[in-house]
Design a protein around this ligand. Sequence first.
Ligand code: FMN
Length: 403
Amino acid sequence: MSHYDPDKDASSPPHPTNSLLTGKSVGQNPVQAQCQSEHDREIPEVDLLSPLTIRGVTFSNRIAMSPMCMYSAQDGFANDFHLVHLGSRAIGGVALVVVEATAVTAEGRISPADMGIWKDEHIEPLARIANFVETQGAVPGIQLAHAGRKASCDKPWKGGRSLKTAAEGGWPVIGPSPLPFDAEDPIPSLLSIEDIEHCIDAWEVATRRALAAGFKVIELHAAHGYLMHEFLSPISNQRTDDYGGSLENRMRLLLRVAGRLREIIPRELPFFVRISATDWTEGGWDIEQSIVLCRELKVRGVDLIDVSSGGATPDAKIPVSRGYQIPLARRIREEARIRTGGLGLITDPQHADEIITSGQADLVFIGRELLREPYWAIKAQHFMGEEPAWPTQYGYAVKRRAR
Ligand SMILES: Cc1cc2nc3c(=O)[nH]c(=O)nc-3n(C[C@H](O)[C@H](O)[C@H](O)COP(=O)(O)O)c2cc1C
């Protein structure tokens, strides 16, 4: 099969290079713009450092900071820790900073310390982050989430156990069916049709708040065994109504939410969905179903699938190794003909570059390596023989030492 080329895809929405709102290209600082105009690498045509334009947003390279819960919010509010944590990766040269799973309802938090966006008051501290990230030439993105039956847990560094009572700081959890994630976990209460409608409304309002905060990429979290994935997977969804049973029914909630969000996300802004492409379990969600889902998401105006895996069951046999999820991203890219993000255990720039140059993904999402090394993207530029896109405040100084 020939490689999918999103730029030659007539079925994709048009990709204007300028923001319809401002008339300016979004997410570039002058230093990075200069580096791009001086691009003289000829082979291959697209590599890790090539810019990428989706709709009206230009990413200065193919490196994204993967969303990572920091379990450091109070009552859902972002604070100085989040600003410095996310801001330093923007200074460090990533093209896209995705704010961690941010709960669309208070009950949708994994832990009491999750970031949230269930009230208007959450907008202002998030806006500070989005604005700062953008001033550093990176695109600010946010992942919107609901943890479903995996909500109400303690912080991971305190053991991550289920908080089953209000006295422990927990709350009742919900899911598609009354099936616990693990034997020790709480039995979720089944979402009624009315609850589902409220849930869709909550995603919509949260998205409006994220846009008001200035985020330029909205990512819908439909992976890792959380609520949207719970509806997709037969492991957690044993409903007999319109939201369970057939693949069409199990996809219904996610497709409805995605369709609703695309209606309110401005046409010039990208919309991503993170999925678990397989449950790595016999009888669970798998890559074939994912391909069908991604075709449908594309029809609803989703621009990129951020391809993760697992999380639906503690019994999964996950073949964790270097690049183990990349073939899933490649298959979705080729067979659903939609842009993908590749991720998982990417630690060295050469590996990241190979994923892009071989056409397996359009972006790489780096998680833990960016916790170890906030300047990973700048180092990748150096490694690839490019002039690193230092922030203006650092550039003249660090270059002077090199002379
Ligand atoms: C501390 C931590 C928190 C995470 N939180 C999220 C999250 O909020 N949303 C999400 O989709 N994935 C989350 N992940 C998964 C990462 O985004 C990433 O996909 C995963 O760590 C694999 O990439 P890596 O090997 O580069 O770390 C988290 C991972 C870590 C290590």
